[in-house]
Design a binder for this molecule. Structure first.
Ligand SMILES: Nc1ncnc2c1ncn2[C@@H]1O[C@H](COP(=O)(O)OP(=O)(O)OP(=O)(O)O)[C@@H](O)[C@H]1O
Ligand SMILES: [Mg+2]
Length: 269
């Protein structure tokens, strides 16, 4: 048995999430079918916020795991610990979620090694089981359990990608930076700046997104626009706020910085 208090994983307050298409309906149906889901999209476009919102809407606890290449299967599934009374099994986050009927969100799952990723296989097909090999236990997933992974297209190399046998266990939803009017609304709600300022910030970012692949690895994310809005809301001048959030973190290339700063100047100079 697990002695984890599941209430800590409840999403208590409704997260603000602005739908951009029909992703909420599609996810509702996927959850109703208990289909494992893969959320694809660039950094800072709303994937994590969407999962929090859906967990809240569905009334399920949410257990998020940030994956990395040092992560082992035991980090997900659990391990024996030694204490003064001997050995004690401790469930990992995936096991806790499967037992409790939570939504388990594996963030940046591509970062995990393939031998780690395969532990999700029996959970993501008709079996819906999780073998705890070291403990000699086979868990049947709770009927409400669902697995969600995030995937950032374009970051993969041939060596580092999910196997087809992993990919083909999931339904997929594409995410991207929202259209101008929706993104402006998000920036207003999230940062508290006025609509006019938010729109300018969004227009700078949307322009700069055209530089992706032409000197920039990634476009300016919705997250960074919200950062800019936050600083402006704290009284920082827009040019300084934009440079700190929408230029400096993105690139070290002096020419590219000039280009971005010039774009900021056309709106706020
Ligand atoms: N549709 C949306 N509704 C509300 N807020 C949003 C939306 N999209 C983006 N945001 C804002 O952008 C921020 C970043 O979003 P989020 O953390 O969900 O990105 P992500 O896609 O999970 O990024 P990463 O891949 O880097 O983890 C949020 O904190 C929120 O302020
Ligand atoms: Mg995220």
């Amino acid at each position: 048995m697990s002695d984890v208090d599941i209430t800590q994983f409840k999403v208590k307050k409704e997260p603000y999430y602005q739908p951009v298409a029909d992703e909420v309906e599609l996810y509702d149906a996927a959850y109703a079918a208990r289909m494992p889901m893969m959320l694809k999209g660039p950094t800072g476009c709303g994937k994590s916020r969407f999962v929090e919102y859906m967990a809240w809407k569905l009334g399920r606890p949410l257990i998020t795991v940030a994956c990395n290449e040092d992560m082992t299967a035991s980090d997900l599934v659990g391990r024996f610990l030694l204490d003064k009374d001997g050995t004690k099994w401790q469930d990992g986050p995936l096991t806790t979620a499967a037992r409790m009927g939570a939504i388990c969100y594996l963030d940046e799952v591509v970062e995990a090694r393939q031998d780690t990723t395969v532990v999700i296989h029996p959970l993501t097909d008709h079996r819906r089981t999780l073998p705890l090999d070291k403990k000699g236990e086979l868990i049947e997933a709770h009927p409400d359990f669902q697995l969600v992974i995030s995937y950032n297209p374009g970051y993969q190399s041939l060596m580092k990608d999910l196997k087809q046998s992993t990919k083909q266990r999931f339904g997929g939803l594409d995410f991207d930076y929202p259209k101008e009017n929706i993104e402006t609304e998000i920036v207003v709600k999230e940062s508290g700046v006025d609509g006019d300022t938010a729109q300018k910030l969004v227009q700078i970012a949307q322009r700069a997104r055209n530089l992706k692949g032409h000197g920039l690895d990634e476009g300016i994310s919705t997250r960074l626009i919200v950062y800019a809005g936050n600083l402006i809301n704290k009284g920082i001048a827009p040019v300084a706020a934009c440079s700190m959030t929408m230029v400096t973190p993105l690139t070290d290339d002096p020419d590219m910085r000039d280009t971005l700063n010039a774009a900021v100047q056309t709106y706020f100079g």
